[in-house]
Design a protein around this ligand. Structure first.
Ligand code: UD1
Ligand code: CA
Length: 459
């Protein structure tokens, strides 16, 4: 089989997004849309991927580095002009075929691209077009066929802007994915002229050229028209996200994850979840989350870029860029901020905020605490209302609770400070000096009793 090559067109201005961010970098379920196209090409075993970049090429190049080479299109003069920029890179190929895709069609599947290449090779066509029949074809190029039968020969593609009312009725659209015979692609590109409503070089004009040369353009009609979706504006971005989200949820469900309410569950691309984990309503998992088996998550949990061991329960909590062990119980109303590491069998309860803190196995911080820049040893019990005073207005300082220490309720720890192994801190203490192992520290005002206060008429 020939070495497989593909060109991705990604140099458009993305004007309709009305954004300072290049369109290709807008995320769909947490991942820049262009990367879905690169993924699909890799899945379809494409050995060489050439991406045409324009507007803010540097930022886009960054995300495809190592996976695709890039060629510049200095002026966005249309999809045909973009493909012409890739010709020098295609010079090495005398024959064979070439996939051409748009970078703004993130729903396209690798399997489909494999089928497209296969159909093209089987038919020995000059070009094979991936098409879809849509209920609402507005905005897409329409596929013009002429003749009899179910799929008569394709003779042209007409853009929405150039279409007559009659052509606008056609529901079969050009998805923007093609497989070309390289010989005819090169020949056709040499003949391309800007002759349309936009004064652009349309890649789609190649089809008419090939037909004029007496060559055949075949088609592969998408079984799932949802894959065709192109993202030109924010409304289409939201629709692409909704479709991708359903696809991701389904994949997890088929892998053994219970999702009680898919309507209110949001999982980014790249999240992994062990089987028999149950997601209750209102769960948002973003970034690279890795979740173990048999966990119970939700309702109302937001996690980003975090790991969770097996058998952990999380309710109504936010966990950001942190690591949580197995058999932990988190929430309700816990806020776990970046760089926190919890070992196994840790309990973090209601209204507890942790930041950059390490908690060893079996420790508990059950209520109303702020623990930051701290190390909490094994089996430590941190009482309700404990506050680490980690910030002196200039720098952050560390607090250490060694193994088996017991922190009484409503205590403050003016960091840097250390509570030794097995030591006790009396409730209501403000600890400013290290507490030696095994000792008791009490740092609060002594209780005074004034007898007969009421009878003395003082009240
Ligand atoms: C294009 C097709 C249309 C098809 C639709 C599918 C043409 C003329 N039209 O229309 O038939 O139905 O895609 O989604 O091809 N690009 C460049 N350089 C340019 C212009 C565009 O690299 O100068 C890139 C864009 O970044 C984008 C792709 O080509 O990824 C398509 O361009 P876009 O302007 O979105 O074309 P559509 O109007 O969607
Ligand atoms: Ca488009």
């Amino acid at each position: 089989m020939d070495k497989s090559v593909a060109v991705v067109l990604a140099a458009g201005m993305g004007t309709r997004m009305k954004s300072d961010v290049p369109k290709m970098l807008h995320p769909v379920c947490g991942k820049p849309m262009l990367l879905y196209v690169v993924d699909a090409l890799e899945e379809a075993k494409t050995e060489r991927i050439i991406t045409v970049l324009g507007h803010e090429a540097g930022r886009v190049q960054e995300i495809i580095r190592g996976r695709s080479e890039s060629v510049p299109q200095l002026e966005p003069l249309g999809t045909g002009h973009a493909l012409i920029q890739a010709l020098p890179a295609l010079e090495a190929y005398e024959e064979g075929d070439c996939l051409v895709l748009c970078g703004d069609t993130p729903l396209i599947r690798g399997e489909t691209l494999r089928d497209l290449r296969y159909a093209h090779r089987e038919a020995g066509a000059a070009a094979t077009l991936l098409t879809a029949r849509l209920m609402d074809p507005f905005g897409y190029g329409r596929v013009i066929r002429e003749g009899r039968g179910e799929n008569p020969p394709i003779i042209d593609i007409v853009e929405e802007r150039d279409a007559t009312p009659q052509i606008k009725q056609i529901r079969e659209i050009n998805t923007g994915a093609y497989c070309f015979d390289l010989r005819y692609l090169k020949e056709g590109l040499a003949s391309l002229k800007p002759a349309n409503a936009q004064g652009e070089y349309y890649l789609t004009d190649l089809i008419r050229y090939l037909v004029g040369r007496g060559l055949r353009t075949e088609s592969l009609v998408l079984a799932d028209p949802g894959e065709a979706m192109g993202v030109n504006d924010r409304a289409q971005l939201a629709e692409a996200e909704a479709r991708m989200r359903r696809r991701i949820l389904r994949r997890h469900m088929l892998e053994g994850v219970t999702i009680r309410d898919p309507e209110s569950t949001y999982i980014d691309d790249g999240v992994s979840i062990g089987s028999d984990t149950v997601l209750e309503p209102g769960v948002i998992l973003s970034g690279r989350c890795v979740i173990g088996r048999r966990c119970q998550i939700g309702p109302w949990v937001r996690m980003s870029g975090s790991r969770l061991g097996d058998d952990t329960v999380v309710t109504q909590a936010a966990i950001m860029e942190s690591e949580v062990g197995g058999h932990c119980v988190i929430g309700p109303y816990s806020y776990i901020r970046p760089e926190t590491v919890l070992s196994d069998y840790v309990k973090i309860g209601d209204f507890v905020e942790l930041k950059k803190t390490t908690v060893a196995a079996g420790a508990k911080i059950p209520h109303l605490s702020y623990v930051g820049d701290s190390t909490v040893g094994s089996r430590v019990n941190v009482g309700a209302g404990t506050i680490t005073c980690n910030y002196d207005g200039k720098d952050k300082h560390a607090t250490v609770f060694e193994d088996d220490s017991f922190i009484g309720s409503n205590s403050n720890f003016v960091a840097p400070v250390r509570v030794g192994k097995g030591a006790y801190v009396g409730a209501g203490s403000t600890i400013t000096k290290d507490v030696p192992p095994g000792s008791l520290a009490v740092a609060r005002g002594k209780q005074k009793i004034i007898e007969h206060w009421h009878q003395n008429g003082k009240d």
